[in-house]
Ligand binder design. Structure first.
Ligand code: NAP
Ligand code: F7E
Length: 333
């Protein structure tokens, strides 16, 4: 093994995984990512990173494994011998978690336990310290008990996803307290980018605005337009993950922008940017609503600002414009 710091990212093929890999490579890390087996290669977001990584100081290596296969996690810990583990893999879609609650729990709850046990086992065998980051979520606040939400706000999840993430969060806290693991949990509010999955609402809307403008699509069908979220930029949020693992003391941090907007405002900004009125193109279907909705999330990231020195760099409007511009280019292809 080389002398550089090694990071292991689960969920490297996802939105955050790709930004985090890029960021760690730029810092000279040797980055290892876990991919699950799929019939189609699911590495579009990280294509090209390996060559760029190899050209710079770091490099990127991919390995097969799965959060539901705990032996694969044990094996990867042994093979990679990482200094830092970023656990980003999850069934991350809230509405789909109502359709697949069991699977969501296996991946997003028990998978965290499997990862923590694999780390404990590796630390025990090798004597090498491993720092762990868990991707917790503002969905754990669900039926919010206070606003804005901070680290001390009581949790009240409203979906199988939120419940699974709460297990992952508490088991991370428990392993930190019980076994002294350097384990931190980032309670991240919604964060988006041009790489956001196409069935999350921001990307669904920016892609629709771009495709409608180019004449490739006629309308877009959405669920609840009144839900409000605290939306930030994924590229900013992955930096907070890294900052957490550079602290002497592992802790939990809320990461958020501190301002919230409705899905309706999102539509207005995205369509206005391409010179259209969203009223003419947005349709409604209850299929896209949830059995239990989270109405309003708003985060208070004061602790991250004060201890990590973290702050967001992009406002909501600029984020949506960035995404529409990217989708206009894709639509032109
Ligand atoms: P994402 O784009 O949906 O990526 C999820 C990643 O997990 C993908 O790489 C996916 O692989 C992988 N994965 C899913 N099931 C797996 C399994 N059984 N074994 C191994 N890998 C598996 O999610 P994201 O937006 O980047 O979010 C990253 C993490 O942060 C997730 O844990 C999410 O729950 C959490 N989070 C996200 C937000 C947000 O707003 N983005 C906010 C708070 C917390 P495939 O490519 O094969 O599907
Ligand atoms: O929904 C409403 C929907 O699916 C946002 C995940 O990254 O952030 C994400 O979860 C809002 C909800 O994100 C549609 O009802 C309306 O109120 O983009 P979303 P999410 O559920 O907030 C959290 C923090 C995570 O941790 C998750 O992993 O938009 N909405 N119409 C719609 N949502 C979708 N997806 N599709 C619609 O047509």
């Amino acid at each position: 093994m080389s002398a550089s710091r090694r990071a292991f990212i689960t969920g490297i093929s996802g939105q955050d995984g790709s930004y985090l890999a890029e960021f760690l490579l730029s810092k000279g890390y040797e980055v290892h990512g876990m991919l699950r087996r799929t019939s189609h290669l699911s590495r579009a977001r990280i294509d090209g990173l390996c060559e760029r990584g190899a050209a710079s100081e770091g490099c990127l290596q991919l390995h097969y494994g799965d959060m539901t296969d705990s032996m694969s996690l044990v094996r990867l810990m042994r093979d990679i011998q990482p200094h830092e583990v970023y656990n980003l893999a999850a069934q991350s879609h809230v509405r789909i978690s109502f359709e697949q609650p069991n699977y969501t729990a296996e991946v997003s709850a028990l998978g965290v336990l499997g990862m923590l046990d694999a780390i404990r086992e590796f630390q025990h065998q090798s004597g090498q310290e491993v720092r762990f980051y868990q991707a917790s979520s503002s969905e754990m606040f669900g039926n919010v008990q206070e606003s804005p939400q901070r680290e001390t706000t009581p949790f009240a999840p409203r979906s199988p996803y939120g419940v699974a993430k709460l297990y992952g969060h508490w088991i991370t806290v428990n392993y930190r307290e019980s076994y002294g693991l350097h384990a931190s949990s980032g309670i991240l509010f919604n964060h988006e980018s041009p790489r956001r999955g196409e069935n999350f609402v921001t990307r669904k809307v920016t892609q629709a605005a771009a495709r409608i403008k180019r004449g490739l699509q006629k309308t877009v069908t959405l669920g609840n337009l009144e839900a409000r979220r605290d939306w930030g930029f994924a590229g900013d949020f992955v930096k907070a993950m890294w900052c957490m693992l550079q602290q002497d003391k592992p802790e939990d941090y809320v990461i958020a922008t501190g301002s919230s907007h409705s899905v309706r405002e999102l539509c207005q900004i995205a369509f206005e940017h391409v010179g259209l009125d969203y009223h003419d193109y947005v349709e409604h279907d209850v299929r896209f609503e949830r059995p239990a909705e989270v109405d309003h999330l708003l985060g208070d990231a004061r602790k991250a600002r004060e201890i990590l020195g973290w702050k967001p760099s992009i406002c909501f409007k600029d984020l949506i414009v960035m995404m529409v511009e990217s989708d206009l280019k894709l639509a032109a292809k």
